[in-house]
Design a binder for this molecule. Structure first.
Ligand SMILES: Cc1ncc(COP(=O)(O)O)c(C=O)c1O
Length: 376
């Protein structure tokens, strides 16, 4: 083919939603920072990963399956979907596996959204929602978050979200708790919100951080699936289960909805190693509880340090906390120089905050010491 290609020739050929799409910004990898700054002991507190790693049972199961890698994985994830159904008191037909819960969120958007449709989510909500909605060519309707007068500042304002639901709305995304704010919704308010949604609206409750939550009023939305057939709950093995690198998550829904998700899902979207590791991880409640307990201690350590430094932060129910340092991008760069990777959240409209993942005690201490240094 001989033709001259202008600088945006292929962009103009892309589907309308994709043309203006900004890609997801992942946390900076440790190896990249170490290469750039010539250091060896960088600490990454940037991607809400479990600093204690996965369960040893999961690692053993993963190793055992390596001899069989010439085989395709179990396409339907028979063993894992069965076990997840048992744990949640549901039928296997209600479980859809994904290559991370991110995959599931994208599948949901592709199933329910077209350029004629709208999806509602909150200001400061997880960055994958606008990407999934825009990639489907649909319109994102973004509700202002609480300003602190009627609910926790930066948190989802369900009344404001309700107001945006109209005849063209097909999806509502709710992160509970939300990333990057760490804010969470109470059981009563979320239940009332879902029960008031019209029947043509699907609601996704993204519970990626569910295992970390220690707030008694924060619900397990999977308990409501029987009552609300338009509800989809998503979970992941990337956070408290420490399996982010294997990419595995899942959706719980009405069987008819799961049937639709399965039409779009790639046949082998969850690899064989991830399936067996996740299955084994579910049997190690000790490791999970240890990770969760340590996270609460680490979160307490971080917020005590922020208080000492006089830095406001947003109360968090997850394994991360958004702290207001002012001039987030500058602070982020200065922390990189100290060998610490956190996440700037200017792309979320929070230019004065940094999101810090809860690390091990020594990592948290290093972050606090580095923060003190860069602030003075
Ligand atoms: C709120 C929320 N949902 C979903 C995800 C996606 O995680 P994964 O695709 O690793 O399951 C994340 C990851 O950071 C998240 O913060």
């Amino acid at each position: 083919m001989s033709m001259s290609v202008s600088s945006n020739h292929f962009v103009n050929l892309a589907a309308p939603g994709i043309q203006a799409l900004q890609p997801y910004l992942p946390g900076k990898p440790v190896a990249e920072l170490e290469r750039e700054y010539g250091i060896t002991d960088a600490v990454k507190l940037a991607s809400n990963e479990n600093p204690y790693g996965p369960s040893p049972l999961a690692l053993n199961a993963a190793r055992e399956v390596l001899d069989d890698l010439s085989r395709y994985p179990e396409g339907s994830g028979w063993l894992l979907t069965g076990r997840l159904a048992e744990i949640h008191g549901l039928d296997r037909e209600q479980v859809t596996l994904g290559n991370g819960s991110n995959d599931v969120l994208d599948i949901i958007a592709r199933v329910f959204l077209t350029p004629a449709h709208e999806a509602v989510f909150s200001q400061y909500a997880f960055a994958v929602y606008p990407i999934a909605v825009q990639a489907a060519g649909a319109t994102a309707c973004i509700a202002p978050a609480h300003d602190g007068s009627r609910g926790p500042a930066y948190g989802h304002d369900l009344d404001a979200m309700s107001e945006l639901v109209g005849p063209d709305t097909r999806l509502v995304f709710i992160a509970n708790p939300n990333n990057p704010t760490g804010t969470w919704l109470e059981s009563d308010e979320l239940e009332a919100f879902i029960s008031n949604l019209p029947a043509h609206v699907m609601v996704v409750v993204d519970e990626a951080y569910f295992e970390y939550v220690d707030k008694p009023s924060c619900p397990d939305a999977s308990n409501w699936l029987q009552r609300f057939p338009n509800l989809i709950v998503t979970r992941t093995f990337s956070k408290a289960y420490g399996l982010a690198g294997l990419r595995i998550g899942y959706a719980l829904s009405d069987p008819q909805v799961a049937g639709l998700l399965n039409r779009v899902r790639h046949p082998f979207n969850v690899n064989a190693v991830a399936q067996v590791a996740a299955l084994a991880a579910l049997d190690d409640s000790e490791h999970l509880q240890h990770s969760v307990r340590r996270n609460h201690e680490g979160l307490a350590q971080l917020v005590a340090g922020f208080r000492k430094l006089g830095l406001p932060y947003i109360e968090s129910a997850g394994n991360f906390v958004a702290v207001e340092t002012g001039r987030g991008m500058e602070r982020y760069e200065a922390l990189l120089q100290q060998g610490i990777i956190v996440r700037p959240v200017a792309n979320y409209g929070m230019p004065d905050h940094l999101r810090v993942t809860v690390g091990r005690a020594d990592e948290n201490a290093r972050l606090l010491a580095a923060l003190e240094k860069v602030l003075t």
